[in-house]
Design a protein around this ligand. Structure first.
Ligand SMILES: [Zn+2]
Ligand SMILES: [Zn+2]
Length: 277
């Protein structure tokens, strides 16, 4: 369904001229299909955990939250979910053992709507549970929850899309394609300051608040995308890739090393030789 919206949109307002069937598209189509099943599994896990927490905690399902107007609940939902996603996303970049899974998402060298679905199942399940268990426990009504999942899906695809939609002045409030494209930038020579920035999925607020925003005023976009390490191209290789490397100790990820280089905390040669591969 998203293809019907984003394929024409990427032709109408293309950021770059690139084919729809760009390198890696078959891998991402498999992710798209697999993600539906993984998503169902993580939804079930989150729902089961919510029921258990409510049972153990003696929480009432008819919560104060659910009695508020639907639009208030929706606003609260987006803010709470954005904050939770910000925290987890930052941790995924911070800790090497989490980055192993998340770098699969960053392995795309071309950005388009389909790059959104490239998520290792561990990354997806972690994200879903970390966001949805607290949200379910707070007891939001189903209509705002449904509206939120539609917004979440749409904004995810839009922010990865190969479009030059800029959001105007709203880009200083709402996460835009420019905001998320810079999150995927991999250009340590030209833009070392762009590493480890722009974590939130919906708004710019939390990145601004915690000093992790990178949004050039001139609306420029990065030229190069990817992960600092080379990641295999095929779906099944990407599934086993995070488990293969023996160094599971929680050293900082190369993303953090590169931002530390920019902040002058370590020298580039030291970071290049010590980082996990
Ligand atoms: Zn990321
Ligand atoms: Zn992304």
């Amino acid at each position: 369904m998203f293809a019907l919206v984003f394929v024409p949109l990427e032709r109408l307002v293309a950021l770059r001229q690139q084919p729809v069937f760009r390198p890696g598209w078959t891998t991402d189509v498999i992710y798209y299909v697999a993600g539906c099943f993984v998503g169902k599994f993580s939804d079930a896990m989150s729902f089961g955990a919510m029921l258990l927490i409510r049972q153990l905690g003696g929480l009432d399902s008819s919560s104060i939250v659910a009695t508020q107007p639907a639009w208030v609940q929706f606003l609260e939902l987006v803010i709470v979910a954005d904050f939770l996603a910000y925290l987890l996303h930052r941790a995924l970049h911070q800790y090497a053992w989490l980055w192993r899974f998340h770098r699969v998402h960053h392995s795309s060298r071309r950005m388009d709507w389909l790059a959104n679905v490239r998520l290792h199942p561990v990354d997806k399940i972690l994200g879903d549970c970390f966001q949805f268990i607290p949200i379910f426990c707070l007891g939001f009504a189903s209509a705002p929850l449904l509206a939120y999942t539609i917004v979440l899906g749409f904004q995810g695809f839009l922010n990865h899309s190969n479009t030059r939609i800029s959001f105007g002045f709203l880009r200083w409030i709402v996460a835009s394609p420019q905001f998320h494209h810079w999150h995927h930038c991999d250009d340590s020579e030209a833009y070392p300051e762009a590493y480890n920035k722009n974590f939130a999925p919906h708004f710019v607020i939390f990145d601004r608040l915690f000093g992790t925003i990178y949004l050039p005023r001139d609306r420029s976009m990065p030229e190069r995308y990817g992960a600092p390490e080379s990641v295999p191209a095929g779906f099944w290789q990407q599934m086993i890739y995070p488990f293969r490397s023996p160094d599971w100790a929680s050293r900082v990820s190369p993303q953090v090393e590169r931002s530390a280089v920019f902040e002058g905390q370590v020298s580039l040669s030291a970071s290049e030789t010590q980082g996990p591969r």
